[in-house]
Design a protein around this ligand. Sequence first.
Ligand SMILES: *Cc1c(COP(=O)(O)O)cnc(C)c1O
Length: 207
Amino acid sequence: MQAAIAAGRGAADITLIAVSKVQPAERVAAILGQGQRVFGENRVQEAAGRWPAFQADHADIILHLIGPLQTNKARQAVGMFAAIHTLDRLRLAEVLARLAQERGTSPDLFVQVNTGAEPQKAGVLPDDTDALVAAARAMDLPVVGLMCIPPAEDDPAPHFAMLAAMAARNGLGGLSMGMSGDFETAIAHGATHVRVGSAIFGERVAP
Ligand SMILES: *Cc1c(COP(=O)(O)O)cnc(C)c1O
């Protein structure tokens, strides 16, 4: 909220995704009790195990998938998540497009960009991003923005600036960037969705 004001942006322009992965149910219940309704999970299986019980009490919970999606989990994911932030390859786009046709609806999609070109990290490489966005759009998929996770050891600002420029040249309004350690910087660079875990819930306990 303060970061939005500092950046001269309205808090209503920024969706705070509370990243609840690995957090114990009591902590999730406490944050729900404070009125938070948008949550992020990075594993389909974990989300499927915990959220139906909460959703029975709160019909307005909105779930975002922020972790890698395997094609064999795609059907389960599209039934559960309002948005998927990790579209990063053509094959996954094809599977999601088939599911969208079958269901007549699709979660909002963010294309994940590996802005640091890190070999171990998911995401399409910057040079391949425009082509993947175009391909997904050609399949009538609702691509709403781009997402990135900057390399842990880098200054995140140039990565956020790169992602914002790539989104702008593709006519995409959504920017999913910023975590506990860098969400102020991300908001200053135009983030529309910040994914904040430990700053909301406290440190994650080892599973
Ligand atoms: C875990 C995770 C976050 C939240 O990380 P924090 O540093 O706890 O805020 C954000 N985005 C993704 C993709 C994550 O996996």
